[in-house]
Design a binder for this molecule. Structure first.
Ligand code: MTE
Length: 308
């Protein structure tokens, strides 16, 4: 984001489908997942295995990006601004114990312990295309639950039109400067309730690694990656569009909507193509990141150049 073009990872980074296939078979057979080397913090082991996982029909059939790239090439500025910093600085964030508040314009404000969140709805595997505003993309097998199932429990009031997402921030251990912390993001309530929008608590069948936003982060696959606020502590229902951390930092560069749109360039680079991490040739970026059939109707009649 700030605002280097990424160095590409070598083609060897792409997942060997056989490896992932074998992994999925293992998941199926075992019935319960062993928490592997990715396990970010001892406390999370108490949450138990993430399986059995159902595989969502909303998943893409494209080949997932390698686990190594997904967990080694990250944007998580609180843990450092280079792509490799977050994986090296995981000790700066303790993902357990953890609570997530749902507050603001709701009839039933709730505070969920992470364990409650895991039990709230069946966890599903969602393999999503992810497109970063910087021009690279990945395919990530998330594990998560629909955000709608969490919001509905809090019973949003009629005046609630938007959701403000706030990430954990600890000034003592995390990056100072760069952005106006804590990291915050926003969605319109109908975007937040859309079935594609999930809270992710895992990836590749295991609990979420710290560098990917442990223990719980937002994933909105038709929007640029910066909408997916990591390590969430609060979801606040509000009546006006929240001013997000990136909008404060660069209002002409980062809009509230941030829908993936090959026809609207970033002021300093084209968004027409992308580099899928692990691939050599660039590919064309698709409108709404390939999810137009599911989400275009949310924006009927809107000028997407103005509401970028
Ligand atoms: N959330 C927080 N709290 N801090 C961040 O710096 N970076 C965003 C988003 N969420 C970020 C964040 C950006 S720019 C991207 S592209 C995605 O996280 C990257 O997610 P990943 O590292 O899991 O691929």
């Amino acid at each position: 984001m700030l605002i280097r073009r990424p160095a590409d990872l070598p083609p060897s980074e792409i997942t060997d489908p056989a490896v992932y296939g074998a992994r999925r078979r293992f998941m199926g057979q075992a019935g319960a997942l062993a928490l592997g080397s990715l396990l970010p913090a001892a406390g999370q082991a108490a949450l138990g295995p993430l399986s059995p996982l159902s595989h969502s029909a909303l998943s893409t059939t494209e080949t997932p990006t390698s686990l190594r790239a997904v967990t080694g090439y990250n944007n998580f500025y609180e843990l450092g601004t280079s792509k490799t910093d977050p994986a090296e600085n995981t000790f700066r964030l303790k993902p357990a114990p953890w609570t997530l508040r749902v507050e603001g314009l709701v009839n039933k404000p709730r505070t969920f312990a992470l364990e409650d969140l895991f039990r709230l709805a069946p966890l599903e595997e969602r393999i999503y295309r992810m497109r970063c505003v910087e021009g690279w993309s990945m395919v990530i097998p998330w594990v998560g639950l629909p955000l709608a199932s969490v919001l509905k429990l809090a019973d949003p009031q009629g005046s609630a039109k938007y959701v403000e997402f706030t990430s954990h921030y600890d000034r003592a251990t995390m990056t100072r400067g760069v952005l106006d912390w804590p990291y915050s993001e926003g969605l319109r309530l109908d975007e937040a309730m859309h079935p594609l929008t999930i809270l992710a608590v895992g990836l590749y069948g295991e609990v979420l690694p710290v560098q990917n936003g442990a223990p719980v982060r937002l994933v909105v696959p038709w929007k640029y990656g910066f909408k997916g606020a990591k390590s969430l502590v609060s979801l606040r229902l509000v009546d006006k569009p929240p001013l997000t951390a990136w909008m404060k930092a660069g209002p002409s560069e980062y809009g509230f909507y941030a829908n993936v749109n090959p026809d609207v360039d970033h002021p300093r680079w084209s968004q027409a193509t992308e580099r899928r991490i692990g691939e050599f040739l660039k590919r064309k970026t698709l409108m709404f990141n390939g999810y137009a059939d599911q989400v275009a109707s949310l924006y009927t009649g809107m000028d997407l150049r103005r509401y970028f």
